[in-house]
Design a protein. Sequence first.
Length: 266
Amino acid sequence: MTSTDPSMNPGAPATGSRVAALEARSIVKSFGTVRALRGASFEAYPGEVTALVGDNGAGKSTLIKAMSGVYSPDAGEILVDGNAVRMSNPLDAAGLGIETVYQDLALAPDLDAAANVFLGRELRRLRFLTDQAEMRRQTAASFKMLGVGLVQDLRVPVASFSGGQRQSVAIARAAMWASHVIIMDEPTAALGVIQTGKVLELIDTVRARGLAVVFVSHNLPEVLQVADRIEVMRLGARVARFRRGEADVDRLIASISGAYANEVTA
């Protein structure tokens, strides 16, 4: 039997702790007769990586889309810095300092790295001309600050980049514009060992800047390596929360499969 007692819910923040940079409270979302989210909740805190894990169909993608303005919840609240907000589209989320890196990266392959970073936010000179030189300068400065060393030539189309290079561009773009939260959906799923290591280092750098990082992944060893907190979803609701060191792979698998829970679900 589960309990809402904090002693039985180790992943829950202590009373009087910081306000979450991004919070979902009791989110419900249905698509026709399919109820994808059944009162799902989630919190991400500044300067931390919060991992969101669960089996396929658990509701992870639906939840992050609700928190990034893609979907409007049928019920429940989204809060930014403790204040309830309404987001009708991803531009609303961007205006609140929330940026998302999806699995498909949403990069324009025929554009260079700087043009992708500034896509939709292009700098202009003489009102009509794109200031490519300034965009490349700012992109290079941002990449240097974030420690992105995989991209050597900012003038080359990203179509010629490796998977790790493209992922670095997508994360650096999000980090450049986010002021509160970066949501990353399976950022290392298609990468090799060396490229994955570079991306995880980049996530550490983003966390050190004080941003809240939401890290969605099926790779449980990676989750345990990078996450400060882990939240587990099952059947459209959160079923368990853990702080760093409170769970291992076996405990996470048990939570994902329904054999363990430390939180009562509706």
